[in-house]
Structures are given as structure tokens and as C-alpha cells.
Design a protein around this ligand. Structure first.
Ligand SMILES: *[C@@H]1O[C@H](CO)[C@@H](O)[C@H](O)[C@H]1NC(C)=O
Ligand SMILES: *[C@@H]1O[C@H](CO)[C@@H](O)[C@H](O)[C@H]1NC(C)=O
Ligand SMILES: *[C@@H]1O[C@H](CO)[C@@H](O)[C@H](O)[C@H]1NC(C)=O
Ligand SMILES: *[C@@H]1O[C@H](CO)[C@@H](O)[C@H](O)[C@H]1NC(C)=O
Ligand SMILES: *[C@@H]1O[C@H](CO)[C@@H](O)[C@H](O)[C@H]1NC(C)=O
Ligand SMILES: *[C@@H]1O[C@H](CO)[C@@H](O)[C@H](O)[C@H]1NC(C)=O
Ligand SMILES: *[C@@H]1O[C@H](CO)[C@@H](O)[C@H](O)[C@H]1NC(C)=O
Ligand SMILES: *[C@@H]1O[C@H](CO)[C@@H](O)[C@H](O)[C@H]1NC(C)=O
Length: 499
């Protein structure tokens, strides 16, 4: 329990006197987030949460008393801009703390430079697997959002538990922010050492939706299909799978929808077209992996306050739910975590300028966040909790969480509505060979280009069908093992071991 340091209020007041000498000055916080309000973690969405946290800390008479913040909000965009903003800002004032950025490519630059300048960075984004390697220049990063790798560990635990042997990963790649790409990168790295066969398929949508019938042919080769894509694409794939009778228990489907799942399960099959009946049946086979959110009364209050402030500012809210999203919640907790660490550092005689020391104090600790307990592991990453949702009412087509996974101890919690049959593969001819196969299993490929892309051997199939163009890149494992696994995605960006 030594790692558990709950944020106590007046109770701690008597336990020690805080040396305020180093905190006589304000703490300068630079918030780097997109200004564009179509991001659910825009400045406008996060600002009220930080104000809420700040007020709570300022009015705290105990442990955190005496902390005053000066918070500057700057537009990070979602790419290069973040770095330039930081560099410009540091000319006038070197911040004591950076909150954000969320977008992977923006965070990658900022975190490296900030680490070099000994400035702690806390973000509820920067979720890609590459950031877990702190030794690659991300030494001052603390991730208060559940990273993709933590999510992937929950999937890996499921594979272990149910004994599945092969997986097909289908993901949409926008070639810009690449959220689904980074999601699957983590899944791939968590599953690859354990499975007999794993294939990844990237859908790069140029004009229209992919021809799902072709994807379904690939589905037939694996046991478990894991998807990360927009709602319409997932629906198309599920409809096609249903049409080819691949949804009657012989395959298991997962959809990863971490941040917007409250709107996902129930009724997301519904479009008001003639396919709704089929879609509802197809979605009975679909499991949705999402974040497990805890909701204590205080959190609901917080959500109401934050949503009200956002509304009052006249900012359109891209979300429908009652509660604020994980990013907004995370930044609230980020300020709290930093304050706890700073207070401890000062108590031990360090100054607020010792970024590495404060960062260390944020790691390997558990504290009470706005929504519940937050635990940061010894690497500075939050231990995330995840839920699997499934259709529990086949008539109404509604979804419920059927089990939870707790990252802190790696355990499952089975909920009412869970049915083991759902995750037991029906007997079928398993086309999965014991050899790791490599090559295209699709006979309809019209043009095949074999070549080295991004420094790795990929098999790229270009399909041209009427108006559609899908580029499917399949990862060839054997080639990888032979060539050594390390290759880099973007030269100066997040290093990746995937594709
Ligand atoms: C994390 O904290 C626990 C208990 O507080 C301690 O036993 C452990 O050694 C710490 N781990 C690291 C890597 O610091
Ligand atoms: C904000 O982002 C959306 C989606 O990425 C984009 O369509 C829109 O043009 C952006 N708005 C501005 C003002 O940049
Ligand atoms: C869904 O229905 C439309 C007609 O409303 C049809 O044209 C389309 O092919 C159907 N889509 C799928 C994936 O079955
Ligand atoms: C959340 O999901 C709903 C329904 O699927 C969708 O309309 C909305 O655009 C999504 N919001 C974000 C921020 O992705
Ligand atoms: C919510 O906040 C209001 C004022 O901001 C306070 O009066 C109320 O007691 C709070 N409710 C809970 C459940 O904390
Ligand atoms: C920060 O603290 C560490 C001890 O944890 C110390 O080695 C280092 O010199 C300090 N850095 C500064 C800038 O004071
Ligand atoms: C779906 O709807 C049912 C009934 O309306 C409700 O009980 C359930 O909590 C909903 N599930 C989600 C994930 O919103
Ligand atoms: C794992 O952690 C969760 C959440 O803290 C707790 O509810 C559960 O009982 C723990 N399970 C085990 C086996 O320790």
C-alpha cells in the first residue's frame, strides 16, 4: 500500500508542514491542445476541466495548499505546429509543466524537446506504443490516459483465457492522425509473440467504402477478427460477414471503440435502411472493446459543470453523452497528479525546476482522480481498465458490458449477461496451418505489387473495383523474422515495429 497516496484534504494538514519557499512563485503551465473544436480534446473542451481542478487545488486547505497556477493555452494543431508553438513559447517563458499534446505526431516532437529541457509532460493522449519506450527520448512523459498497449494487453489476456490461436486485424488508415493504425500497432505487438498466425490489413479509403466481400474472404482464414474503423465500415464488414454465414459462432469479432463507445453499441447497427434487420443479426456476433469508466457522484457533478461551461462558451459539443470523455477527465487528473508530485518533491528539498525528479514522483503511484482511482505504473503509464460490450438483448439489439478487465492486476470480472458460448469457437475446419503462412490468399487480386515499402517487405494488393479503391497491405511475418524486426515508420517520428 506504500504506493497508494490518496489525495487527502484536511487530514494531511496536520501530518507535516509544507515548505512553501520554492512555491512562492506561481507554477507556469503550458497547455498544448488543438484549437479546432471538432477534436473532443480541444482547448475549449479541456479548459473548464483544468479550471475545475485548479479551483479544487487552490481551495484545498491540506496537502496541496499554496499551489497557484498560471495556465497558458496554445494551439497545438495535431501535427508539426505543436513543436513550433512550444519553441516560441519558451522564448518568453519556460513552463514548469506541459499538458498535452494528445495527437501522436504532435506529442512525439514536443515530448522529446521537453524531455531535453527537463520539463515534465503529462498527457491523456500520446497513446501509441512507441511512447512506452521512454529511453527513446520520452523520459519526461507521463501518460494519464490508458495507452493502446494497455488496451492491447487486455486483448492478449482474452486470447490467453479463451485459447484463440489466430487473428486478423482490420483497420482504417487515414494516413494523417492514424488513430486506428496506432491502435492496431499495439494489438499487433501484444499478440504477435503468442499467436500461430496474425495478419494485418490496412484499409486506405480513397473514394468510397471498401468492397467488403473481398475482406470477408480474408476473414475466413482466421479465428478472431479485430477491427478499428468508422461505424459505416464496421457495419459493411459485419453485413458482408453475415451474408457469407460467418457470424454463426465460427468466428469471433471485436471492434475497438475506446473513446466514443457510449454511443456505439446500442443502435449503431441502425441506419433506417433495408439492411437494418440483417445488421442487427450480424451485430449479435460483434463485441465492442471500450474503456471502463467509473462514475462516482463527484464525477457526474464534474461532468455537468464542465459540459455547462463548454456550452456557455458557445462551443459545439461533438459528443452526445452526459459524461465528459476520457481526455478531459485525464487532464483534470493530470494537474492533480502533478501537484501531488510537486508537493512531495518540494518537501524533499527539490525545486519545481527539477523536472526529472517530479516526473519520477508521478510514476508508480496510485491516487484518487475525479472519476475514481488512477494508478500509474513504474514506467509512467496509466493502468487502464477496459470493458467488452456485447448484444445482450437480441430483440431490441441493445448492448451491455459483459466483462471488465482491470489493468492494475490483470484480472477479469464477469458480469451478468456473459455467456461462454459466445467466445467458444464452434468446430470447423481450421484453415489455420501450423506454419506461418505468407502471401496473398485472395484469388481476385487484380494487380499485385511485391516490394519493399517503408523499409519492410509488404505484400500490397491493389484492388480496382468500379469506383472503389482499397489498398490492402499485408504484413508478411516470415520476411520480418528474417530481416530483423526493426523498421521505422516515419523517419523523425514515432518509432514503430509495425508495418
Ligand atoms: C513501485 O512502488 C512499490 C511500492 O511502493 C515498490 O515496491 C517498487 O519497488 C516500486 N517500483 C519501482 C520500479 O520503482
Ligand atoms: C477542424 O477539423 C476538421 C476535421 O479534422 C476539419 O474538417 C476542419 O476544416 C477544421 N477546421 C479548421 C478551422 O481548421
Ligand atoms: C444495403 O441496402 C442498400 C439499399 O438500401 C443496398 O443497395 C446495399 O447494397 C445494402 N448494403 C449492404 C452492405 O448489404
Ligand atoms: C461518436 O459516435 C457517434 C455515433 O456513432 C457519431 O455520430 C459521432 O460523430 C462520434 N463522435 C466522435 C467525436 O467521434
Ligand atoms: C456538485 O457541485 C455543487 C456546486 O458546484 C455542490 O453544491 C454539490 O454538493 C455537488 N454535488 C456532489 C454530489 O458533489
Ligand atoms: C534533480 O534531482 C536529481 C536527484 O533525483 C539530481 O540528481 C539532479 O541533479 C537534480 N537536477 C537539478 C536540475 O537540480
Ligand atoms: C443500451 O440500452 C439498454 C436499454 O435501453 C440499456 O440498459 C443499456 O445500458 C444500454 N447500453 C449502452 C452501452 O448504452
Ligand atoms: C483487481 O483490481 C480490481 C480493481 O481495483 C478489483 O476490483 C479486483 O478485485 C482485483 N482482482 C484481484 C484478483 O485482485
Amino acid at each position: 500500500m506504500a504506493g497508494v497516496r490518496p489525495l487527502c484534504l484536511s487530514l494531511c494538514f496536520v501530518s507535516f508542514t509544507v515548505s512553501t519557499s520554492a512555491l512562492a512563485e506561481d507554477i507556469d503551465v503550458l497547455v498544448l491542445l488543438p484549437k479546432n473544436t471538432s477534436y473532443i480534446f480541444s482547448i475549449a473542451a479541456v479548459r473548464p476541466a483544468l479550471e475545475y481542478a485548479r479551483e479544487r487545488i487552490v481551495s484545498d486547505t491540506g496537502l496541496l495548499s499554496g499551489l497557484r497556477f498560471r495556465v497558458h493555452y496554445e494551439d497545438s494543431g495535431c501535427g508539426d505546429r505543436a513543436l513550433f508553438t512550444l519553441v516560441d513559447r519558451v522564448f518568453t517563458q519556460k513552463p514548469d509543466l506541459i499538458l498535452g499534446p494528445v495527437c501522436e505526431y504532435a506529442a512525439s516532437d514536443v515530448v522529446r524537446v521537453a524531455s531535453h529541457w527537463d520539463i515534465p509532460v503529462v498527457s491523456s493522449g500520446a497513446l501509441a506504443a512507441g511512447f512506452a519506450r521512454r529511453d527513446r527520448g520520452y523520459t519526461h512523459l507521463t501518460r494519464i490516459g490508458p495507452s493502446y498497449l494497455k488496451m492491447a494487453q487486455s486483448i492478449s489476456a482474452l486470447f490467453h483465457y479463451f485459447g484463440w490461436q489466430s487473428a486478423l486485424l482490420l483497420y482504417e488508415d487515414d494516413r494523417e492522425e492514424r488513430n486506428c493504425y496506432f491502435t492496431m500497432e499495439a494489438v499487433h505487438s501484444a499478440l504477435e509473440p503468442e499467436l500461430l498466425s496474425i495478419e494485418a490489413l490496412s484499409l486506405y479509403l480513397e473514394e468510397r467504402r471498401p468492397d467488403t466481400e473481398d475482406i470477408v474472404r480474408l476473414v475466413a482464414d482466421s479465428e478472431v477478427v479485430i477491427m478499428c474503423a468508422g461505424g459505416d465500415i464496421v457495419r459493411d464488414i459485419m453485413l458482408a460477414a453475415h451474408h457469407w454465414k460467418l457470424t454463426n459462432g465460427n468466428y469471433i469479432y471485436f471492434n475497438i471503440e475506446l473513446f466514443n463507445a457510449s454511443s456505439y453499441g446500442n443502435g449503431s447497427w441502425r441506419r433506417g435502411d433495408q439492411n437494418d434487420t440483417d445488421a442487427k443479426q450480424a451485430y449479435a456476433a460483434l463485441n465492442t472493446l471500450t474503456l471502463l469508466r467509473s462514475v462516482k457522484p463527484e464525477f457526474q457533478n464534474f461532468s455537468v459543470e464542465v459540459k455547462r461551461s463548454v456550452q456557455k462558451a458557445g462551443v459545439p459539443d461533438p459528443e452526445s453523452g452526459d459524461n465528459v470523455n476520457m481526455f478531459v477527465e485525464g487532464f483534470h487528473d493530470a494537474l492533480l497528479l502533478y501537484s501531488l508530485a510537486l508537493q512531495e518533491a518540494v518537501k524533499n528539498g527539490f525545486s519545481k525546476k527539477n523536472g526529472s525528479q517530479i516526473t519520477q514522483l508521478m510514476w508508480n503511484r496510485t491516487f484518487e482522480g475525479i472519476a475514481g482511482q488512477v494508478s500509474i505504473d513504474a514506467n509512467g503509464d496509466r493502468n487502464g481498465d477496459f470493458s467488452v460490450m456485447a448484444m445482450t438483448d437480441l430483440e431490441a439489439g441493445t448492448y451491455k458490458a459483459i466483462f471488465n478487465y482491470f489493468g492494475i492486476n490483470g484480472s477479469f470480472q464477469v458480469l451478468p449477461g456473459f455467456n461462454i458460448d459466445r467466445f467458444t469457437l464452434k468446430e470447423r475446419d481450421r484453415p489455420v496451418s501450423t506454419e506461418k503462412s505468407c502471401g496473398l490468399g485472395v484469388s481476385t487480386a487484380m494487380g499485385i505489387i511485391l516490394g519493399a515499402i517503408l523499409g519492410t517487405m509488404l505484400v500490397t494488393a491493389l484492388y480496382f473495383f468500379r469506383k472503389y479503391k482499397i489498398i490492402i497491405e499485408r504484413r508478411c511475418q516470415q520476411e520480418d523474422y528474417e530481416k530483423g524486426k526493426h523498421h521505422q515508420l516515419y523517419e523523425d517520428s514515432i518509432k514503430s515495429d509495425f508495418l
